[in-house]
Write a protein that binds this ligand. Structure first.
Ligand SMILES: Cc1ncc(COP(=O)(O)O)c(C=O)c1O
Length: 475
């Protein structure tokens, strides 16, 4: 490596970046002096590397505006791969990248007051003592190898017991996934092809929306009211189109917090049976009621096996654990597991730790304690919201889950508000992530469970100040 002249290293590096598409056609190259300083080489080295690339037609100079990456060199000996046309998913790059945006935001804004992410907060996790189970499991790992593709048998058995549904009576009906998002990805890949249509509530959980859009599915939206998904509207939709499946978060829906009434659950199941449409029930928030318990899951009312049930430890413990599960009829679970096999399995350490936690009966006391804290946090956030009512802010008190879904006055731009909040160290989720099109009324979503009470006070004071300023500016 030391024998080669330095300029060939610079030349090779730039050539690789151009051929691999890292430097796109037409993109500018840094001035010689700047690149020399960046790479810690002399300006002459860069001049020589540029001259060589120019002679081969990789780059060209334009008078007065520096050098640019050229289209393919004439009569190329090497064919450049165009990554944008090499893959089969045009919709992937075309759809919004909300998940990445939301996950990266804490890298750009360290130690924020976080109302954007949906999780139960460090304080409740600490009191669950889950970390003790992780430590003990790591010390006594029975095997450094994998567990089965379908997931650790003991964990699946414990989950059957935890769900307590007669429809799911065997661990054979359960597959562990890397979060319920992977479960939804697998289900969608099995049931639908690009161009097929699916039905879901609108607004809906942004991760599902991004997934459906990226896979090129046609999304038919159904609105919600205080009793959850509007089944009368759904009836009209089904009379006109036959979706591949219906995706729903019937209990403490994300982002609205609404719950499908028992009567509507029965009507929804009757429709699914009449038209033969699978229902994907995402039950992530079921155990997070703030007062009384919600109606039973759709799966517990399912008489024909049409419901595919999804749940996750992301909301019961923490999202970084990446452990969720799918429970359904055996033939569907077998298919799903075949597809899951292509990415091997879910992490063993996490599964063992969760199994130990469940076996010890530690989940229920943790949830009882967490729910008490969440109710207090929700009340604190709502006190702040009450003071914002005169500004035209509207919301419904959620009966469970993690969020307040706020409707803002028309003159407030939620994206602008989100940016201003971030500059002040407060993270919020913008409503358009949960909608197919920008709604007529702007929305934001605030998670009340992540921050402790003092931080909620601080963060809400900042949001209130910014809202007042924005409102004044616009009137
Ligand atoms: C309704 C719903 N489903 C699934 C997920 C993602 O869960 P996981 O972290 O298990 O992939 C979320 C996270 O916000 C959610 O709100």
């Amino acid at each position: 490596m030391g024998r080669k002249p330095i300029y060939t290293r610079v030349y090779n590096q730039l050539r690789y970046q151009i051929l691999s598409g890292e430097l796109a056609i037409g993109s500018p190259l840094p001035p010689e002096r700047k690149l020399a300083a960046q790479l810690g080489v002399s300006r002459n080295t860069v001049v020589r590397a540029y001259a060589e690339l120019e002679a081969e037609g990789f780059i060209a100079s334009r008078m007065g505006s520096g050098r640019y990456v050229e289209a393919l060199p004439p009569a190329p000996r090497i064919r450049r791969i165009d990554w944008n046309s090499q893959h089969g998913y045009e919709s992937l790059a075309a759809s919004p990248s909300h998940m990445a945006e939301l996950l990266e935001v804490t890298d750009r804004c360290p130690n924020p007051i976080n109302f954007a992410h949906g999780d139960g907060g460090k304080h409740t996790l600490a009191s669950s003592r889950f970390s003790d189970y992780v430590k003990a499991t790591a010390e006594e790992l029975p095997s450094y190898y994998f567990t089965s593709v379908q997931g650790l048998p003991q964990l699946r058995e414990l989950l059957v017991e935890w769900m307590g549904m007669e429809q799911i009576s065997s661990p054979e009906q359960v597959t562990i996934t890397s979060g319920s998002q992977e479960g939804l990805y697998l289900i969608t890949t099995l049931l639908a092809r690009p161009g097929n249509c699916i039905v879901t509530e609108m607004p809906t959980y942004f991760g599902s929306l991004q997934l459906f859009q990226s896979l090129g599915l046609q999304i038919v939206p159904v609105p919600l009211d205080a009793d959850g998904m509007r089944i009368d509207v759904l009836e009209g939709v089904l009379a006109r189109c036959r979706p591949r499946f219906l995706y729903t978060v019937p209990t403490y829906h994300n982002p609205t917090g609404r719950t499908l009434s028992l009567e509507r659950r029965k009507r929804l199941l009757a429709l699914s049976e009449r038209y033969g449409i699978p229902i994907v029930e995402d039950d992530a928030y079921r155990h997070l009621h703030l007062a009384e318990e919600p109606p039973p899951p759709l799966k517990a009312l399912d008489e024909t096996g049409s419901v595919i049930y999804l749940n996750t430890f992301s909301k019961l413990l923490f999202p970084g654990l990446r452990i969720g599960w799918v429970a359904a009829s055996r033939p569907f679970v077998r298919l799903l597991t075949r597809l899951k096999e292509l990415s091997i399995t879910t992490n063993t350490l996490g599964q063992l730790a969760v199994a130990a936690f469940l076996r010890d009966g530690a989940l229920l006391p943790h949830l009882t304690d967490a729910r008490r804290q969440y109710a207090e946090q929700a009340a604190i956030m709502e006190r702040h919201l009450e003071r914002l009512r005169p500004l035209g802010i509207r919301w419904e008190r959620p009966a469970g889950g993690f969020y307040f879904w706020l409707s803002l006055p028309e003159e407030i731009n939620p994206r602008r508000l989100m940016t201003l909040c971030r500059e002040q160290g407060v993270l919020i989720a913008c409503g358009d992530m949960f909608l197919l099109r920008e709604a007529e009324q702007p929305y934001i979503r605030l998670c009340f469970t992540h921050e402790r009470p003092e931080q909620i006070d601080r963060g809400m004071a900042i949001i209130a100040r910014l809202l007042h300023e924005q409102k004044e500016l616009m009137t």
